[in-house]
Design a protein around this ligand. Structure first.
Ligand code: PMV
Length: 343
């Protein structure tokens, strides 16, 4: 019959890399060219809830983000959907009398609804949808890397390392928890949601282009990141904010430098992002000891990690003064990882 609908809902926390993953050595298995370290954001403040549904009654793939339908015509979404479909397996729901075979998925369409408990920020939300789709389609992957490699780091709270591994089959490429969320709970994370006019390059194609064309990426992956990983682990263990800030900012800047070193160059940050960096650098220097670390992923949004609540409150004051959310500053909103700061 054409009447049935099968649904899956999943909630996924977001993670922010402080030592970035950029570049795959195997695109199919999603194996990285370097280790990376991230911090998982508290799902109470920042997470994505996604429901995916499949039914023979659907005649096209559709997606809604925070209640608004978005176009799936862009290659990014289509590729992603097809990649997951290719890994789909047989699914059976005995109660409903539904049986979907591996082959059936090619002709079935899905509806995806995704709710963020924070203002939509490009580059922060995609893994949740992929995760739910993989669950719906019974994709056999237990490494937590479906579509997005970095999503595997959200398997744990606190600080998490994704070890690149040595094996060709990826068996030793896994997420490892470093410290739990209580270890360094003074940190406060603020995200400045910067409006971006230009279309961003997807991480998959961006990484491919960097690995193929950048002369710097090999130096980064082989010489720079391995040392930084060791230093970063130590800084996290010791809660050494000065070293943590130095490494986080330097690594974000080097990631964007290899993007610029790609041919054609990839620009993820915009003018506003650059001005925020300038503002934070100036403040940190004037204080003597760093108060805030910044890091930017594959988009213009600034992720700011304040050493404690006092510096977070001061940071917010500064940001709101220099970058009030409006079209002139190119800023959309601020998302705060700690709600009590708003009280
Ligand atoms: O996992 P992906 O394909 O979404 O790539 C993530 C890349 C960065 O966010 C820029 C860095 C990282 O380590 O999260």
């Amino acid at each position: 019959s054409q009447k049935w609908v099968l649904m899956v809902t999943a909630q996924t926390p977001t993670n922010i890399a402080v030592i970035k993953y950029w570049g795959k050595r195997d695109e199919n298995l999603i194996l990285a060219i370097n280790d990376s370290i991230s911090v998982t954001l508290d799902p109470a403040h920042l997470c994505t809830t996604t429901t995916v549904a499949v039914s023979p009654a659907f005649n096209q793939d559709r997606m809604w983000l925070n209640g608004k339908e978005i176009s799936l015509s862009g290659g990014r979404y289509q590729n992603c959907l097809w990649e997951i479909r290719a890994c789909a397996n047989d699914v059976e729901d005995e109660k409903k009398g539904i049986r979907i075979t591996k082959k059936d998925w090619e002709n079935l369409h899905v509806h995806v609804t995704s709710y963020n408990n924070f203002p939509t920020a490009a580059g922060l939300a995609s893994s949740a949808a992929v995760y739910s789709l993989a669950k719906l389609m019974n994709v056999q992957e237990d490494n937590g890397r479906q579509g997005s490699g970095s999503a595997c780091r959200s398997l744990y709270g606190g600080f998490v390392k994704w070890v690149m591994g040595k094996e060709e089959n990826g068996s030793d490429s896994i997420a490892v928890p470093l410290v739990d969320e209580k270890h360094w709970d003074e940190l406060v994370i603020i995200i400045a949601v910067v409006c971006s006019r230009q279309k961003e390059t997807s991480s998959t194609s961006g990484m491919r282009e960097t690995v193929e064309t950048s002369a710097l990426i090999e130096h980064r992956a082989k010489e720079v990141v391995p040392k930084r990983i060791i230093q970063m682990e130590e800084a996290i263990q010791k809660r050494d904010f000065a070293t943590f800030t130095h490494l986080t900012c330097a690594d974000s800047n080097q990631f964007h430098a290899v993007c610029l070193d790609t041919s054609p160059p990839i620009f993820y940050m915009n003018d506003t992002s650059h001005r925020i960096i300038g503002c934070v650098e100036k403040w940190n220097r004037s204080e003597g000891t760093p108060q805030v670390a910044y890091t930017f992923d594959a988009g213009p949004n600034a992720v700011l990690i304040a050493r404690n609540r006092t510096s977070a409150a001061l940071l917010l004051q500064r940001l709101l003064f220099h970058f009030p959310p409006n079209s002139e500053t190119d800023l959309n909103s601020y998302v705060i990882g700690d709600k009590s700061l708003m009280e």
